[in-house]
Design a protein around this ligand. Structure first.
Ligand SMILES: NC(=O)c1ccc[n+]([C@@H]2O[C@H](COP(=O)([O-])OP(=O)(O)OC[C@H]3O[C@@H](n4cnc5c(N)ncnc54)[C@H](OP(=O)(O)O)[C@@H]3O)[C@@H](O)[C@H]2O)c1
Length: 265
């Protein structure tokens, strides 16, 4: 792994023959990754919503219904690190259904860092759904270290909500209709002290966060692959009136994968 941006004395590019360059082009420890991806200071006072997504060179956000074919070992290490830094992982119900989501694990390597940040052993998973058409007998709902949340609207099915609660799920209402309003979801989680927020998509959920202007940061892995076909992009839904502008904050590289980080301007 090497840092391409911001350019520092640890940047390999531009100093190809130096010892520093050789030292930077190596596997980073999980601690180093956690330092590189630390939430900004603002997250101590209010919500900070970060998304982590992977895209092919031609813009596909999935292949054969999954993101894994676009990913790499290093991408998965960063995925795990971003989870380890988060208070809550917000995810759309379709991604839970298609990717077979499991509860977040407590990882020894991040235990001290989480404790020092006042965090529990693992992030809370918050599933966004209007239908509550989820299998509440799955480990995600019955065996998490910290209870899984379901974010839904006030007009969603009371029967399905009761079923979720019987499984040990906490249901959070964040909308007046059947669905969730993105701003309310972010605020409702922050009210519970879950300020360091991470969304893992999918594209339909991310599109709504973008359109509502509540996405603070995008951690985008650019996968050196092309898929053609009609796959979803990383954000879907009605287009925004004016494209939202983001500024590059960091770019790391390994094996042709670019691990980029953009912040809302
Ligand atoms: N490239 C990547 O990094 C990445 C990341 C994640 C997922 N993916 C891929 O994306 C695909 C799935 O994504 P997707 O866009 O189809 O679905 P998604 O965003 O994961 O989930 C959509 C579902 O979330 C719920 N939902 C979304 N917005 C809501 C709102 N405002 N209020 C209430 N519920 C809401 C609805 O669930 P109900 O139907 O239950 O009401 C909706 O059907 C998979 O193929 C997955 O592999 C890619």
């Amino acid at each position: 792994m090497r840092r391409l941006f911001p350019v520092t004395d640890m940047t390999a590019a531009g100093t190809p023959a130096s010892d520093t360059a050789a030292a930077s082009d190596r596997e980073w420890s999980l601690d180093e990754l956690a330092d590189a991806y630390a939430y900004p200071a603002e997250a101590a006072f209010g919500p900070w919503l970060r998304a982590n997504m992977v895209s092919s060179l031609d813009g596909a956000g999935q292949h054969d219904g999954r993101s894994q074919p676009l990913s790499s070992e290093e991408d998965m290490r960063i995925f795990g690190t971003l989870r380890a830094l988060a208070d809550v992982v917000v995810v759309g119900a379709e991604t839970v259904r298609l990717e077979g989501y499991r509860p977040a694990r407590a990882r020894e390597v991040f235990a001290a860092r989480r404790a020092a940040a006042g965090q529990g052993p693992a992030p809370v998973i918050a599933v966004v759904t209007a239908s509550l058409d989820l299998d509440f007998s799955l480990p995600l709902f019955t065996e998490p270290l910290v209870p899984t949340l379901v974010l839904t609207g006030a007009a969603s099915s009371p029967e399905r909500r009761a079923e979720a609660e019987r499984a040990g799920v906490e249901v959070v209402i964040a909308g007046d209709g059947p669905g969730v309003e993105p701003e309310r979801a972010v605020a409702a989680l922050a009210e519970r002290g879950l300020r360091r927020q991470l969304t893992e998509g999918g594209p339909r959920l991310l599109g709504q966060f973008v359109a509502a202007g509540v996405l603070d940061e995008l951690c985008l892995t650019v996968s050196p692959t092309m898929t053609a076909g009609g796959a979803q992009r990383i954000a879907q839904g009605p287009s925004v009136e004016v494209p939202k502008r983001f500024a590059v904050a960091a770019v790391l590289e390994q094996d042709g994968f670019l691990f980029t980080r953009y912040r809302r301007i």
